[in-house]
Design a protein around this ligand. Sequence first.
Ligand code: ZN
Length: 75
Amino acid sequence: MTANRVVQGRMVTAESLAEMIEGEDVMDAESIEDADRECPECGSDVLEVGYMPSVTAFVTGWKCQECDWSDTDRE
Ligand SMILES: [Zn+2]
């Protein structure tokens, strides 16, 4: 398991990071990874987390560690 990470000055778990990206509760989340990309807004490090917003869906989400930017692979 990956240890908790700091995002915008707050400790987050995989699940709470997924909820920041999704904007609401998620069913389940995998461990947090370092994404191989920089934030397009501020150039800081980006974290990646795979999660299930519902029973039938799986989304990969990205969240900047320093600003409000986030993205998902949802079409
Ligand atoms: Zn940023």
